[in-house]
Design a protein around this ligand. Structure first.
Ligand code: M6R
Length: 612
Protein backbone atom coordinates (compact mmCIF):
# COMPACT_ATOMS: atom_id res chain seq x y z
CA UNK A 1 0.00 0.00 0.00
CA UNK A 2 1.92 2.99 -1.40
CA UNK A 3 5.36 2.51 -2.84
CA UNK A 4 8.55 4.33 -1.95
CA UNK A 5 11.59 4.62 -4.18
CA UNK A 6 14.91 6.36 -3.56
CA UNK A 7 18.31 6.66 -5.19
CA UNK A 8 21.67 8.07 -4.16
CA UNK A 9 24.86 7.58 -6.17
CA UNK A 10 26.43 8.65 -9.45
CA UNK A 11 23.74 7.96 -12.05
CA UNK A 12 20.97 10.32 -13.11
CA UNK A 13 18.25 9.59 -10.56
CA UNK A 14 15.09 10.52 -12.48
CA UNK A 15 14.81 7.48 -14.81
CA UNK A 16 15.69 5.15 -11.94
CA UNK A 17 12.98 6.68 -9.76
CA UNK A 18 10.38 6.49 -12.52
CA UNK A 19 11.23 2.87 -13.30
CA UNK A 20 11.07 2.03 -9.59
CA UNK A 21 7.65 3.63 -9.33
CA UNK A 22 6.40 1.70 -12.35
CA UNK A 23 7.65 -1.52 -10.71
CA UNK A 24 5.71 -0.70 -7.55
CA UNK A 25 2.62 0.84 -9.09
CA UNK A 26 0.61 -2.21 -7.99
CA UNK A 27 1.06 -0.95 -4.40
CA UNK A 28 -1.08 2.11 -4.98
CA UNK A 29 -1.91 4.06 -8.06
CA UNK A 30 -4.02 7.14 -7.44
CA UNK A 31 -1.24 9.71 -7.55
CA UNK A 32 2.55 9.83 -7.68
CA UNK A 33 5.46 12.20 -7.30
CA UNK A 34 9.21 12.64 -7.31
CA UNK A 35 11.63 15.00 -5.53
CA UNK A 36 15.23 15.30 -6.66
CA UNK A 37 18.17 17.24 -5.28
CA UNK A 38 20.14 19.44 -7.67
CA UNK A 39 22.33 22.48 -7.09
CA UNK A 40 21.18 22.95 -3.52
CA UNK A 41 17.49 22.91 -4.43
CA UNK A 42 14.70 20.39 -4.27
CA UNK A 43 12.83 19.90 -7.48
CA UNK A 44 9.32 18.56 -6.89
CA UNK A 45 6.88 17.15 -9.38
CA UNK A 46 3.59 15.44 -8.50
CA UNK A 47 0.54 14.28 -10.34
CA UNK A 48 -2.87 12.80 -9.72
CA UNK A 49 -3.40 9.46 -11.48
CA UNK A 50 -1.00 6.77 -12.56
CA UNK A 51 2.75 6.88 -13.15
CA UNK A 52 2.01 7.50 -16.84
CA UNK A 53 0.33 10.79 -15.81
CA UNK A 54 3.40 11.77 -13.81
CA UNK A 55 5.61 10.92 -16.77
CA UNK A 56 3.47 13.09 -19.03
CA UNK A 57 3.88 15.96 -16.58
CA UNK A 58 7.65 15.46 -16.48
CA UNK A 59 7.72 15.41 -20.29
CA UNK A 60 11.22 15.94 -21.65
CA UNK A 61 12.38 17.89 -18.62
CA UNK A 62 16.15 17.49 -18.13
CA UNK A 63 17.58 16.54 -14.76
CA UNK A 64 21.18 15.87 -13.71
CA UNK A 65 20.24 15.05 -10.12
CA UNK A 66 21.88 11.95 -8.66
CA UNK A 67 19.79 11.96 -5.47
CA UNK A 68 16.03 11.65 -5.27
CA UNK A 69 12.95 10.02 -3.80
CA UNK A 70 9.57 9.07 -5.26
CA UNK A 71 6.20 7.72 -4.20
CA UNK A 72 3.11 6.08 -5.65
CA UNK A 73 0.08 6.56 -3.44
CA UNK A 74 -3.01 4.73 -2.22
CA UNK A 75 -4.94 7.50 -0.48
CA UNK A 76 -5.76 7.18 3.22
CA UNK A 77 -5.94 10.82 4.39
CA UNK A 78 -7.06 13.28 1.75
CA UNK A 79 -8.41 12.63 -1.74
CA UNK A 80 -6.09 11.57 -4.55
CA UNK A 81 -4.95 14.82 -6.19
CA UNK A 82 -1.77 16.74 -6.96
CA UNK A 83 -1.49 18.47 -3.59
CA UNK A 84 -2.05 15.36 -1.52
CA UNK A 85 0.44 13.38 -3.62
CA UNK A 86 3.87 12.77 -2.07
CA UNK A 87 6.62 13.95 -1.66
CA UNK A 88 5.61 16.61 0.86
CA UNK A 89 7.75 19.62 1.71
CA UNK A 90 8.43 21.76 4.77
CA UNK A 91 7.73 25.50 4.88
CA UNK A 92 11.10 26.49 3.41
CA UNK A 93 10.86 23.83 0.70
CA UNK A 94 14.19 22.45 1.83
CA UNK A 95 13.02 19.05 3.05
CA UNK A 96 11.15 16.45 1.05
CA UNK A 97 9.47 13.40 2.59
CA UNK A 98 7.73 10.34 1.18
CA UNK A 99 5.80 8.16 3.58
CA UNK A 100 3.82 4.92 3.72
CA UNK A 101 1.64 4.08 6.70
CA UNK A 102 -0.46 6.25 8.98
CA UNK A 103 0.52 8.97 11.45
CA UNK A 104 -2.24 8.44 14.00
CA UNK A 105 -1.63 11.60 16.04
CA UNK A 106 -1.31 13.85 13.00
CA UNK A 107 -4.17 16.16 13.97
CA UNK A 108 -2.55 16.94 17.30
CA UNK A 109 0.89 17.36 15.70
CA UNK A 110 -0.56 19.51 12.95
CA UNK A 111 -2.21 21.84 15.39
CA UNK A 112 1.00 22.16 17.50
CA UNK A 113 3.04 22.88 14.39
CA UNK A 114 0.47 25.34 13.04
CA UNK A 115 0.64 27.18 16.38
CA UNK A 116 4.41 27.42 15.83
CA UNK A 117 3.83 29.07 12.44
CA UNK A 118 4.05 26.09 10.05
CA UNK A 119 1.80 26.33 7.02
CA UNK A 120 0.17 23.16 5.69
CA UNK A 121 -0.89 22.75 2.09
CA UNK A 122 -2.39 19.26 1.99
CA UNK A 123 -4.99 17.17 3.82
CA UNK A 124 -2.56 14.33 4.46
CA UNK A 125 -1.24 12.92 7.72
CA UNK A 126 2.18 12.72 6.05
CA UNK A 127 2.67 16.46 5.79
CA UNK A 128 3.32 16.72 9.53
CA UNK A 129 6.58 14.83 8.95
CA UNK A 130 8.50 17.44 6.91
CA UNK A 131 7.30 20.18 9.27
CA UNK A 132 8.24 18.20 12.36
CA UNK A 133 11.66 17.38 10.91
CA UNK A 134 12.04 21.06 9.97
CA UNK A 135 11.45 22.04 13.62
CA UNK A 136 14.25 19.76 14.83
CA UNK A 137 16.53 20.48 11.89
CA UNK A 138 16.35 24.20 12.61
CA UNK A 139 17.35 23.50 16.21
CA UNK A 140 20.37 21.25 15.59
CA UNK A 141 21.22 21.33 11.91
CA UNK A 142 21.59 17.56 11.59
CA UNK A 143 19.19 15.68 9.35
CA UNK A 144 19.64 12.26 10.98
CA UNK A 145 18.95 13.65 14.45
CA UNK A 146 16.01 15.64 13.21
CA UNK A 147 14.40 12.53 11.68
CA UNK A 148 15.14 10.56 14.84
CA UNK A 149 13.43 13.15 17.07
CA UNK A 150 10.49 13.39 14.69
CA UNK A 151 9.94 9.62 14.83
CA UNK A 152 9.85 9.87 18.61
CA UNK A 153 6.91 12.29 18.41
CA UNK A 154 4.92 10.21 16.02
CA UNK A 155 2.26 7.60 16.93
CA UNK A 156 1.41 5.17 14.17
CA UNK A 157 3.46 3.30 11.64
CA UNK A 158 5.57 4.32 8.73
CA UNK A 159 8.21 3.80 6.16
CA UNK A 160 9.69 7.12 5.13
CA UNK A 161 12.52 8.62 3.15
CA UNK A 162 13.78 12.15 3.62
CA UNK A 163 16.11 14.39 1.68
CA UNK A 164 17.30 17.89 2.46
CA UNK A 165 18.37 20.71 0.16
CA UNK A 166 21.21 21.41 2.59
CA UNK A 167 22.55 17.81 2.56
CA UNK A 168 23.60 17.10 -1.02
CA UNK A 169 24.84 13.55 -0.44
CA UNK A 170 22.46 12.10 2.06
CA UNK A 171 19.26 10.14 2.18
CA UNK A 172 17.69 9.31 5.54
CA UNK A 173 15.04 6.66 5.88
CA UNK A 174 13.13 5.04 8.73
CA UNK A 175 10.65 2.21 9.19
CA UNK A 176 8.10 1.03 11.71
CA UNK A 177 5.70 -1.75 10.65
CA UNK A 178 5.98 -0.85 6.97
CA UNK A 179 8.52 -2.44 4.64
CA UNK A 180 11.60 -0.58 3.44
CA UNK A 181 14.55 -2.17 1.72
CA UNK A 182 17.93 -0.74 0.79
CA UNK A 183 19.51 -2.17 -2.35
CA UNK A 184 23.29 -2.20 -2.01
CA UNK A 185 25.19 -1.17 -5.15
CA UNK A 186 28.77 -0.16 -5.74
CA UNK A 187 29.02 3.52 -4.79
CA UNK A 188 25.25 3.80 -5.10
CA UNK A 189 22.20 2.80 -3.03
CA UNK A 190 18.59 2.23 -3.87
CA UNK A 191 15.58 2.33 -1.64
CA UNK A 192 12.19 0.72 -2.18
CA UNK A 193 9.14 -0.76 -0.51
CA UNK A 194 9.54 -3.90 -2.59
CA UNK A 195 12.65 -5.73 -3.81
CA UNK A 196 10.99 -6.08 -7.21
CA UNK A 197 11.93 -2.45 -7.84
CA UNK A 198 15.59 -3.08 -6.95
CA UNK A 199 16.53 -6.39 -8.59
CA UNK A 200 17.39 -4.68 -11.85
CA UNK A 201 20.32 -2.99 -10.07
CA UNK A 202 21.38 -5.32 -7.29
CA UNK A 203 20.60 -8.62 -5.61
CA UNK A 204 22.02 -7.53 -2.26
CA UNK A 205 19.28 -6.27 0.01
CA UNK A 206 19.43 -4.71 3.43
CA UNK A 207 15.97 -5.15 4.90
CA UNK A 208 15.35 -2.55 7.59
CA UNK A 209 13.85 -3.73 10.85
CA UNK A 210 11.27 -2.04 13.04
CA UNK A 211 12.53 1.17 14.57
CA UNK A 212 15.56 1.35 12.23
CA UNK A 213 16.75 4.65 10.87
CA UNK A 214 19.31 4.49 8.07
CA UNK A 215 21.75 7.18 7.06
CA UNK A 216 22.67 6.58 3.43
CA UNK A 217 25.46 8.36 1.55
CA UNK A 218 27.28 7.25 -1.63
CA UNK A 219 30.01 5.99 0.73
CA UNK A 220 27.83 3.62 2.75
CA UNK A 221 24.82 2.89 4.94
CA UNK A 222 24.74 3.21 8.71
CA UNK A 223 21.72 1.84 10.54
CA UNK A 224 20.59 3.01 13.98
CA UNK A 225 17.93 1.66 16.29
CA UNK A 226 16.88 3.50 19.46
CA UNK A 227 19.81 5.85 18.94
CA UNK A 228 22.40 3.02 18.80
CA UNK A 229 24.35 1.91 15.75
CA UNK A 230 23.27 -1.62 14.70
CA UNK A 231 24.44 -4.18 12.13
CA UNK A 232 21.90 -5.56 9.71
CA UNK A 233 22.53 -8.62 7.57
CA UNK A 234 22.52 -8.35 3.80
CA UNK A 235 20.13 -10.83 2.15
CA UNK A 236 21.02 -12.02 -1.33
CA UNK A 237 17.94 -12.71 -3.42
CA UNK A 238 17.97 -15.26 -6.18
CA UNK A 239 15.33 -14.06 -8.62
CA UNK A 240 15.73 -11.41 -11.27
CA UNK A 241 13.82 -8.63 -12.97
CA UNK A 242 12.28 -11.00 -15.52
CA UNK A 243 10.35 -12.71 -12.69
CA UNK A 244 8.72 -9.37 -11.93
CA UNK A 245 7.82 -8.57 -15.55
CA UNK A 246 4.91 -9.64 -17.74
CA UNK A 247 7.05 -11.83 -20.01
CA UNK A 248 4.80 -11.51 -23.06
CA UNK A 249 1.49 -11.96 -21.22
CA UNK A 250 -1.13 -9.24 -21.51
CA UNK A 251 -1.47 -8.97 -17.74
CA UNK A 252 0.52 -9.97 -14.69
CA UNK A 253 -2.52 -11.89 -13.47
CA UNK A 254 -2.56 -14.12 -16.55
CA UNK A 255 1.18 -14.69 -16.26
CA UNK A 256 0.79 -15.57 -12.59
CA UNK A 257 -2.09 -17.97 -13.32
CA UNK A 258 0.15 -19.75 -15.81
CA UNK A 259 3.08 -19.77 -13.39
CA UNK A 260 1.19 -21.90 -10.88
CA UNK A 261 2.55 -25.30 -11.94
CA UNK A 262 6.05 -23.87 -11.62
CA UNK A 263 5.24 -22.15 -8.29
CA UNK A 264 3.87 -25.42 -6.92
CA UNK A 265 7.03 -27.25 -8.00
CA UNK A 266 9.20 -24.64 -6.29
CA UNK A 267 7.16 -24.82 -3.11
CA UNK A 268 7.16 -28.63 -2.91
CA UNK A 269 10.80 -28.88 -3.92
CA UNK A 270 13.00 -30.47 -1.22
CA UNK A 271 10.06 -30.88 1.15
CA UNK A 272 9.05 -34.41 0.15
CA UNK A 273 11.42 -37.21 1.16
CA UNK A 274 12.93 -39.28 -1.69
CA UNK A 275 10.85 -42.31 -0.74
CA UNK A 276 7.68 -40.16 -0.70
CA UNK A 277 6.96 -41.27 2.88
CA UNK A 278 7.22 -37.98 4.71
CA UNK A 279 7.32 -34.22 4.59
CA UNK A 280 10.61 -32.62 5.48
CA UNK A 281 10.71 -29.10 6.88
CA UNK A 282 14.35 -28.14 7.33
CA UNK A 283 12.99 -24.95 8.88
CA UNK A 284 11.98 -26.84 12.07
CA UNK A 285 14.61 -27.64 14.68
CA UNK A 286 14.15 -30.00 17.65
CA UNK A 287 12.68 -27.27 19.89
CA UNK A 288 10.09 -26.31 17.29
CA UNK A 289 9.19 -29.96 16.68
CA UNK A 290 8.78 -30.49 20.41
CA UNK A 291 6.48 -27.48 20.65
CA UNK A 292 4.43 -28.53 17.64
CA UNK A 293 4.00 -32.06 18.97
CA UNK A 294 2.24 -30.63 22.04
CA UNK A 295 -0.28 -28.30 20.43
CA UNK A 296 -3.92 -28.96 21.19
CA UNK A 297 -5.72 -26.33 19.11
CA UNK A 298 -5.07 -24.32 15.98
CA UNK A 299 -5.97 -20.85 14.69
CA UNK A 300 -5.39 -19.87 11.09
CA UNK A 301 -5.32 -16.08 10.82
CA UNK A 302 -5.14 -14.02 7.63
CA UNK A 303 -6.91 -11.54 5.35
CA UNK A 304 -8.60 -11.80 1.96
CA UNK A 305 -7.35 -14.59 -0.24
CA UNK A 306 -4.92 -15.81 2.42
CA UNK A 307 -7.92 -16.13 4.76
CA UNK A 308 -9.63 -18.29 2.15
CA UNK A 309 -6.53 -20.49 2.01
CA UNK A 310 -6.88 -20.77 5.79
CA UNK A 311 -10.48 -21.96 5.39
CA UNK A 312 -9.31 -24.80 3.16
CA UNK A 313 -6.51 -25.50 5.65
CA UNK A 314 -9.04 -25.82 8.47
CA UNK A 315 -10.91 -28.57 6.60
CA UNK A 316 -7.69 -30.51 6.01
CA UNK A 317 -6.51 -30.10 9.62
CA UNK A 318 -9.84 -31.11 11.11
CA UNK A 319 -10.08 -34.13 8.86
CA UNK A 320 -6.57 -35.44 9.43
CA UNK A 321 -5.55 -34.12 12.84
CA UNK A 322 -8.92 -34.00 14.65
CA UNK A 323 -7.87 -30.87 16.53
CA UNK A 324 -10.13 -27.92 17.36
CA UNK A 325 -9.34 -25.50 14.52
CA UNK A 326 -10.61 -22.05 13.64
CA UNK A 327 -9.90 -19.77 10.72
CA UNK A 328 -10.14 -16.09 11.57
CA UNK A 329 -10.14 -12.83 9.64
CA UNK A 330 -7.14 -10.96 11.06
CA UNK A 331 -8.88 -7.58 11.38
CA UNK A 332 -11.66 -9.12 13.48
CA UNK A 333 -9.42 -11.47 15.40
CA UNK A 334 -8.01 -8.46 17.22
CA UNK A 335 -11.50 -7.77 18.59
CA UNK A 336 -12.12 -11.31 19.76
CA UNK A 337 -11.47 -12.91 23.11
CA UNK A 338 -10.20 -16.04 21.44
CA UNK A 339 -9.07 -18.84 23.71
CA UNK A 340 -5.32 -18.95 23.11
CA UNK A 341 -2.85 -20.81 25.29
CA UNK A 342 0.82 -21.82 25.01
CA UNK A 343 -0.49 -25.02 23.40
CA UNK A 344 -2.11 -23.07 20.58
CA UNK A 345 -0.58 -23.09 17.14
CA UNK A 346 -1.35 -19.85 15.29
CA UNK A 347 -0.77 -20.24 11.57
CA UNK A 348 -0.36 -16.77 10.12
CA UNK A 349 -0.84 -16.68 6.35
CA UNK A 350 0.26 -13.74 4.23
CA UNK A 351 1.67 -13.44 0.74
CA UNK A 352 3.34 -10.11 1.39
CA UNK A 353 4.16 -10.66 5.05
CA UNK A 354 3.33 -6.98 5.54
CA UNK A 355 -0.46 -6.92 5.95
CA UNK A 356 -0.95 -4.69 8.96
CA UNK A 357 -4.00 -6.43 10.44
CA UNK A 358 -2.30 -9.79 10.10
CA UNK A 359 0.82 -8.46 11.84
CA UNK A 360 -1.30 -7.17 14.74
CA UNK A 361 -3.18 -10.48 14.99
CA UNK A 362 0.11 -12.38 15.03
CA UNK A 363 1.47 -10.18 17.81
CA UNK A 364 -1.70 -10.74 19.82
CA UNK A 365 -1.23 -14.51 19.50
CA UNK A 366 2.38 -14.14 20.61
CA UNK A 367 1.42 -12.03 23.63
CA UNK A 368 -1.00 -14.76 24.66
CA UNK A 369 1.73 -17.38 24.45
CA UNK A 370 0.78 -19.17 21.21
CA UNK A 371 3.40 -20.61 18.90
CA UNK A 372 3.22 -18.57 15.70
CA UNK A 373 4.06 -20.18 12.38
CA UNK A 374 4.02 -17.94 9.32
CA UNK A 375 3.26 -19.01 5.77
CA UNK A 376 4.73 -16.24 3.71
CA UNK A 377 5.91 -15.51 0.18
CA UNK A 378 8.20 -12.55 0.79
CA UNK A 379 11.63 -13.23 2.20
CA UNK A 380 12.37 -11.55 5.52
CA UNK A 381 9.09 -9.64 5.52
CA UNK A 382 7.78 -8.43 8.89
CA UNK A 383 5.61 -11.49 9.49
CA UNK A 384 8.34 -13.88 8.34
CA UNK A 385 10.80 -12.25 10.72
CA UNK A 386 8.58 -11.87 13.77
CA UNK A 387 6.91 -15.30 13.68
CA UNK A 388 8.39 -18.08 15.80
CA UNK A 389 8.92 -20.09 12.62
CA UNK A 390 8.28 -19.54 8.92
CA UNK A 391 7.48 -21.77 5.98
CA UNK A 392 7.94 -19.90 2.72
CA UNK A 393 5.82 -20.37 -0.36
CA UNK A 394 8.16 -20.10 -3.32
CA UNK A 395 5.73 -18.52 -5.74
CA UNK A 396 8.12 -15.77 -6.89
CA UNK A 397 7.01 -12.15 -6.92
CA UNK A 398 3.24 -11.73 -7.24
CA UNK A 399 2.52 -8.39 -8.87
CA UNK A 400 -1.16 -8.49 -9.88
CA UNK A 401 -3.39 -7.20 -7.11
CA UNK A 402 -5.53 -10.32 -7.43
CA UNK A 403 -3.71 -13.11 -5.67
CA UNK A 404 -3.45 -16.38 -7.63
CA UNK A 405 -0.18 -18.27 -7.35
CA UNK A 406 0.30 -17.15 -3.74
CA UNK A 407 -3.05 -18.75 -2.80
CA UNK A 408 -2.28 -21.99 -4.61
CA UNK A 409 1.13 -22.31 -2.96
CA UNK A 410 -0.36 -21.38 0.43
CA UNK A 411 -2.67 -24.38 -0.01
CA UNK A 412 0.32 -26.58 -0.87
CA UNK A 413 2.15 -25.50 2.30
CA UNK A 414 -0.98 -25.95 4.43
CA UNK A 415 -1.40 -29.49 3.14
CA UNK A 416 2.28 -30.27 3.74
CA UNK A 417 2.06 -28.83 7.23
CA UNK A 418 -1.04 -30.92 7.99
CA UNK A 419 0.68 -34.08 6.75
CA UNK A 420 3.80 -33.19 8.74
CA UNK A 421 1.83 -32.65 11.94
CA UNK A 422 -0.16 -35.82 11.27
CA UNK A 423 3.05 -37.83 11.27
CA UNK A 424 4.55 -35.95 14.22
CA UNK A 425 1.43 -36.54 16.31
CA UNK A 426 0.93 -40.08 15.06
CA UNK A 427 -2.49 -39.23 13.64
CA UNK A 428 -2.04 -40.39 10.06
CA UNK A 429 -1.08 -43.93 9.11
CA UNK A 430 2.03 -44.40 6.95
CA UNK A 431 -0.09 -45.76 4.10
CA UNK A 432 -2.48 -42.80 4.12
CA UNK A 433 0.40 -40.37 4.39
CA UNK A 434 2.15 -41.91 1.42
CA UNK A 435 -1.01 -41.69 -0.67
CA UNK A 436 -1.61 -38.05 0.26
CA UNK A 437 1.99 -37.07 -0.42
CA UNK A 438 1.91 -38.83 -3.80
CA UNK A 439 -1.25 -36.91 -4.71
CA UNK A 440 0.33 -33.63 -3.65
CA UNK A 441 3.48 -34.34 -5.65
CA UNK A 442 1.30 -34.67 -8.76
CA UNK A 443 -0.21 -31.21 -8.35
CA UNK A 444 2.17 -29.23 -10.58
CA UNK A 445 1.42 -31.55 -13.50
CA UNK A 446 -2.34 -31.62 -12.83
CA UNK A 447 -2.44 -27.85 -12.46
CA UNK A 448 -0.75 -27.53 -15.85
CA UNK A 449 -3.31 -29.90 -17.36
CA UNK A 450 -6.24 -28.04 -15.79
CA UNK A 451 -5.11 -24.66 -17.05
CA UNK A 452 -4.33 -25.76 -20.58
CA UNK A 453 -7.49 -27.83 -20.98
CA UNK A 454 -9.94 -25.29 -19.62
CA UNK A 455 -8.65 -21.89 -20.65
CA UNK A 456 -10.38 -21.47 -24.01
CA UNK A 457 -13.68 -22.91 -22.77
CA UNK A 458 -13.59 -20.50 -19.84
CA UNK A 459 -13.01 -17.59 -22.17
CA UNK A 460 -16.17 -18.60 -24.08
CA UNK A 461 -18.18 -18.91 -20.86
CA UNK A 462 -16.96 -15.52 -19.66
CA UNK A 463 -18.43 -13.84 -22.76
CA UNK A 464 -21.93 -14.70 -21.57
CA UNK A 465 -20.98 -13.92 -18.01
CA UNK A 466 -19.63 -10.42 -18.25
CA UNK A 467 -22.94 -8.58 -18.83
CA UNK A 468 -24.22 -9.79 -15.46
CA UNK A 469 -24.13 -7.58 -12.38
CA UNK A 470 -24.37 -10.50 -9.97
CA UNK A 471 -22.99 -14.00 -9.68
CA UNK A 472 -23.10 -16.67 -7.00
CA UNK A 473 -20.63 -19.34 -5.97
CA UNK A 474 -21.82 -22.35 -4.02
CA UNK A 475 -20.25 -25.47 -2.59
CA UNK A 476 -20.37 -27.79 0.40
CA UNK A 477 -17.60 -28.79 2.78
CA UNK A 478 -14.13 -27.88 1.56
CA UNK A 479 -15.71 -26.70 -1.73
CA UNK A 480 -17.51 -23.90 0.11
CA UNK A 481 -14.08 -22.45 1.02
CA UNK A 482 -13.07 -22.56 -2.66
CA UNK A 483 -16.36 -20.86 -3.56
CA UNK A 484 -15.46 -17.94 -1.29
CA UNK A 485 -12.16 -17.41 -3.06
CA UNK A 486 -13.86 -17.67 -6.46
CA UNK A 487 -16.33 -14.93 -5.52
CA UNK A 488 -13.59 -12.64 -4.18
CA UNK A 489 -11.54 -13.05 -7.35
CA UNK A 490 -14.48 -12.25 -9.60
CA UNK A 491 -15.64 -9.17 -7.71
CA UNK A 492 -12.25 -7.59 -7.16
CA UNK A 493 -11.23 -7.51 -10.81
CA UNK A 494 -14.43 -7.64 -12.88
CA UNK A 495 -16.57 -5.57 -10.45
CA UNK A 496 -19.38 -8.11 -10.86
CA UNK A 497 -21.07 -8.40 -7.48
CA UNK A 498 -20.32 -11.95 -6.41
CA UNK A 499 -21.30 -13.83 -3.28
CA UNK A 500 -20.34 -17.25 -2.03
CA UNK A 501 -22.70 -19.43 -0.03
CA UNK A 502 -22.62 -22.82 1.55
CA UNK A 503 -24.98 -24.48 -0.92
CA UNK A 504 -27.26 -25.68 1.86
CA UNK A 505 -27.82 -22.08 2.97
CA UNK A 506 -29.33 -20.98 -0.35
CA UNK A 507 -32.89 -21.81 0.53
CA UNK A 508 -32.61 -19.97 3.83
CA UNK A 509 -32.82 -16.63 2.05
CA UNK A 510 -30.40 -16.18 -0.83
CA UNK A 511 -32.45 -18.15 -3.32
CA UNK A 512 -34.72 -15.07 -3.44
CA UNK A 513 -31.96 -13.41 -5.48
CA UNK A 514 -31.88 -16.13 -8.13
CA UNK A 515 -33.42 -14.86 -11.37
CA UNK A 516 -33.49 -16.47 -14.84
CA UNK A 517 -29.99 -16.81 -16.35
CA UNK A 518 -28.09 -15.40 -13.36
CA UNK A 519 -24.74 -17.24 -13.25
CA UNK A 520 -24.16 -19.64 -10.38
CA UNK A 521 -20.88 -21.53 -10.12
CA UNK A 522 -21.41 -24.80 -8.28
CA UNK A 523 -18.36 -26.63 -6.94
CA UNK A 524 -18.86 -30.37 -6.80
CA UNK A 525 -15.55 -32.11 -6.10
CA UNK A 526 -16.43 -34.10 -2.96
CA UNK A 527 -18.08 -37.40 -3.86
CA UNK A 528 -19.89 -37.84 -0.56
CA UNK A 529 -21.52 -34.41 -1.02
CA UNK A 530 -22.36 -34.62 -4.72
CA UNK A 531 -25.91 -35.90 -4.36
CA UNK A 532 -26.71 -33.03 -2.00
CA UNK A 533 -25.08 -30.58 -4.42
CA UNK A 534 -27.18 -32.00 -7.26
CA UNK A 535 -30.33 -31.35 -5.23
CA UNK A 536 -29.20 -27.77 -4.69
CA UNK A 537 -28.39 -27.34 -8.38
CA UNK A 538 -31.87 -28.64 -9.26
CA UNK A 539 -33.38 -26.02 -6.96
CA UNK A 540 -31.37 -23.40 -8.84
CA UNK A 541 -32.36 -24.90 -12.20
CA UNK A 542 -36.02 -24.68 -11.21
CA UNK A 543 -35.45 -20.89 -10.88
CA UNK A 544 -33.73 -20.93 -14.32
CA UNK A 545 -30.26 -19.97 -13.04
CA UNK A 546 -27.36 -20.61 -15.43
CA UNK A 547 -25.38 -23.12 -13.39
CA UNK A 548 -21.74 -23.75 -14.23
CA UNK A 549 -20.50 -26.88 -12.51
CA UNK A 550 -16.89 -27.41 -11.50
CA UNK A 551 -16.33 -31.08 -10.87
CA UNK A 552 -13.91 -33.96 -11.20
CA UNK A 553 -13.68 -35.94 -14.45
CA UNK A 554 -16.08 -38.83 -14.35
CA UNK A 555 -18.87 -37.01 -12.48
CA UNK A 556 -21.30 -37.06 -15.42
CA UNK A 557 -24.26 -36.64 -13.10
CA UNK A 558 -23.15 -33.06 -12.46
CA UNK A 559 -22.99 -32.30 -16.18
CA UNK A 560 -26.55 -33.58 -16.52
CA UNK A 561 -27.90 -30.75 -14.34
CA UNK A 562 -25.59 -27.87 -15.36
CA UNK A 563 -25.60 -25.46 -18.28
CA UNK A 564 -21.82 -25.77 -18.57
CA UNK A 565 -19.40 -28.08 -16.79
CA UNK A 566 -15.71 -27.57 -16.13
CA UNK A 567 -13.85 -30.79 -15.40
CA UNK A 568 -10.73 -30.94 -13.29
CA UNK A 569 -8.45 -34.01 -13.22
CA UNK A 570 -9.05 -36.75 -10.68
CA UNK A 571 -7.04 -36.48 -7.50
CA UNK A 572 -7.30 -37.21 -3.79
CA UNK A 573 -10.45 -35.21 -2.97
CA UNK A 574 -8.91 -33.46 0.00
CA UNK A 575 -6.49 -31.78 -2.41
CA UNK A 576 -9.12 -30.88 -5.02
CA UNK A 577 -9.21 -27.17 -3.96
CA UNK A 578 -5.78 -26.64 -5.57
CA UNK A 579 -7.25 -27.63 -8.95
CA UNK A 580 -10.85 -26.44 -8.53
CA UNK A 581 -9.62 -22.94 -7.82
CA UNK A 582 -7.82 -22.64 -11.17
CA UNK A 583 -10.92 -22.37 -13.41
CA UNK A 584 -12.37 -19.79 -11.00
CA UNK A 585 -9.25 -17.63 -11.35
CA UNK A 586 -9.49 -17.89 -15.16
CA UNK A 587 -13.21 -17.11 -15.12
CA UNK A 588 -12.56 -13.94 -13.10
CA UNK A 589 -9.67 -12.99 -15.36
CA UNK A 590 -11.58 -13.40 -18.63
CA UNK A 591 -14.75 -11.76 -17.28
CA UNK A 592 -12.57 -8.75 -16.39
CA UNK A 593 -10.89 -8.78 -19.79
CA UNK A 594 -14.26 -8.90 -21.54
CA UNK A 595 -15.49 -6.04 -19.33
CA UNK A 596 -12.24 -4.16 -20.09
CA UNK A 597 -11.51 -3.38 -16.46
CA UNK A 598 -7.99 -2.72 -15.23
CA UNK A 599 -7.14 -6.34 -14.41
CA UNK A 600 -3.82 -5.86 -12.64
CA UNK A 601 -4.72 -2.66 -10.84
CA UNK A 602 -8.44 -2.81 -10.06
CA UNK A 603 -10.10 0.32 -8.74
CA UNK A 604 -9.72 1.29 -5.07
CA UNK A 605 -7.37 -1.60 -4.29
CA UNK A 606 -3.67 -2.01 -3.64
CA UNK A 607 -1.54 -5.11 -3.45
CA UNK A 608 -0.12 -4.84 0.00
CA UNK A 609 -2.46 -3.54 2.69
CA UNK A 610 -0.06 -2.00 5.18
CA UNK A 611 -2.68 0.10 6.97
CA UNK A 612 -5.22 -1.17 9.50
O1 M6R B 1 -0.27 -10.11 1.48
P1 M6R B 1 -1.43 -10.81 2.14
O2 M6R B 1 -1.54 -12.24 1.70
O3 M6R B 1 -1.43 -10.68 3.63
O4 M6R B 1 -2.71 -10.06 1.59
C1 M6R B 1 -3.98 -10.38 2.07
C2 M6R B 1 -5.06 -9.76 1.20
O5 M6R B 1 -4.94 -8.38 1.18
C3 M6R B 1 -4.99 -10.28 -0.25
O6 M6R B 1 -5.06 -11.67 -0.30
C4 M6R B 1 -6.16 -9.69 -1.07
O7 M6R B 1 -7.38 -10.19 -0.60
C5 M6R B 1 -5.98 -10.01 -2.55
N1 M6R B 1 -6.10 -8.81 -3.32
C6 M6R B 1 -7.01 -10.92 -3.09
O8 M6R B 1 -6.78 -11.23 -4.43
Amino acid sequence: MCGIIGYIGYRIALPILLEGLRDQEYRGYDSAGIATWEDGKIDLIRSKGKIADLEKKIGDKKSNATLGIGHTRWATHGRPDDTNAHPHLDCKKELAVVHNGVIENYLELRSDLTAKGHVFTSQTDTEVLPHLIEEYYDQGGDLLNAVYHATEDVDGYYAMAVLSAKDPNRLICARLDNPLIIGIGDGEYFLASDMAALVEYTHQMLILENGDIADITPQGVTVYNKGQKVERKISVIDWDKASAQKGGYEHFMLKEIHEQPWALTQTLNGRISDDGQEIIFKEFDATIKDRLAKIDNIFLVACGTAYHAGLVGRHAIEKLLHLPTQTEVASEFQNRDAIITPRTLAIIISQSGETYDTILAMRKCQQMGAFTLAICNVLDSTIAREADAVLYTYAGPEIAVASTKAYTTQLAVLYMLTFYLGKLMGKISDAELKELIAALAQMPQLAEETISELESKIFQISLGFAPWNDAFFVGRGIDSAVAMEGALKLKEISYIHAEAYAAGELKHGTIALITPDVPVIALCTQSELISKMISNIKELQARKAAVIGVTTRGNQEVEAVCKDTLYIPQTNELLAPILANLPLQMLAYYAAVVKETDVDQPRNLAKSVTVG
